[in-house]
Design a protein around this ligand. Structure first.
Ligand SMILES: [Zn+2]
Length: 336
């Protein structure tokens, strides 16, 4: 049997209910290919981008890889998750020599530990002036596409790709907006262009998202700084917030709009809010789509491709909700 290759494609904020023959015809075809399976996955908390991407490649949850939101608080300092990096080994530590990545979010190179991949883009996770950016200043899908096509045409046995436009346009216009729907169509067009570069019989293909988005309520943000005092470190992450070491997290019970919280092993606290609410000090939402809390945990989980090695992955999808942290082990199982 031919040696299998894995193509792991992440579509940020893709809501599985939008998968359909008219909105996403190419992905729909992948979902209905021989031996394919489509279901849903489950985000880790917080339902932010970087905790899930770290779980995708480490196979462990935030309690082990240390990335609870897009930022981390270590020794009283706020760091980007891309500078902190995961505290657990990644797929690229095992398969980096055979791996190629192209990410429409330069920070993912650090978040996913992809510097050890034989080829990664953007190089060293840095933006350069010639890279086209989307409205939230991430590399645009059209900038990613040629690098992903090149990776798929290379000898790499593990190709990891990421398109971020659905998240960007859902944030700006709302997940139910016409602009978001147009973005699903454009992403699906690009998936059609990728298909020509895929060695289908040789490949196990996995397409996932990291979370969905809720429409932000036209209400003021939940301003934890005003409640906890300026000396407390608060990192607002949409409908989640990471709070620096707190001796008495019980005070969060009394904060209007806070739905739950968890004290973490390092003394920090992860809080989340009611559906549609968001953390911050603005009077009205700056972004129309929000995620981070416990209402945006749904992920897409789709397995396709022509190599028989896809079968156990498809079986796992058919079995029920797939946890974000289960993919790394599944991918390692295919690559051997
Ligand atoms: Zn995301």
């Amino acid at each position: 049997m031919n040696v299998p290759r894995v193509f792991f494609l992440i579509l940020d904020a893709f809501d599985p209910v939008r998968l359909s023959p008219h909105l996403t015809p190419n992905l729909w075809r992948w979902a209905n290919a021989d031996g394919a399976a489509t279901g849903i996955g489950r985000s880790v908390m917080a339902s932010c981008t970087y905790p899930n991407h770290a779980s995708f490649v480490t196979g462990v949850r935030p309690s082990e890889h240390g990335i609870w939101t897009n930022h981390v608080i270590r020794e009283g300092e706020v760091l980007g998750a891309w500078d902190a990096g995961p505290l657990a080994p990644t797929l690229f530590d095992s398969y980096g020599g055979e791996a190629s990545t192209a990410f429409g979010d330069h920070h993912l190179v650090g978040v996913m530990g992809a510097r050890t991949a034989a080829s990664h883009w953007p190089p060293d996770g840095a933006l350069s002036p010639e890279i086209a950016l989307d409205p939230l200043a991430y590399p645009a899908d059209e900038a990613v596409l040629p690098h992903l096509v090149e990776a798929l045409g290379s000898e790499a046995r593990l190709v990891v790709g990421y398109f971020g436009s659905i998240d960007t346009y859902s944030h700006i216009y709302g997940p139910g907006s016409d602009e978001a729907a147009d973005t699903y169509r454009r992403v699906d067009d690009r998936i059609g262009q990728l298909e020509e570069a895929i060695d289908w019989p040789q490949s196990a293909i996995i397409v996932v998202s990291d979370h969905v988005q809720d429409t932000a309520a036209e209400r003021p943000g939940i301003d934890l700084r005003s409640v906890l005092g300026e000396e407390t470190i608060v990192v607002d992450e949409g409908s989640a917030a990471l709070i620096g070491p707190m001796s008495d997290p019980g005070v969060l019970h009394g904060v209007e709009g806070v739905e739950g919280w968890e004290q973490l092993a390092d003394g920090n606290v992860l809080a989340w809010c009611e559906r549609g609410r968001y953390f911050g000090s603005s009077e009205l939402p700056i972004l129309k789509g929000v995620h981070g809390g416990a209402h945006t945990l749904t992920q897409l989980a789709l397995v396709s491709g022509g190599h028989p090695a896809r079968s156990p992955l498809a079986a796992a999808v058919n079995d029920g909700e797939v946890p974000a942290e289960s993919w790394a082990g599944a991918i390692a199982g295919v690559l051997g």
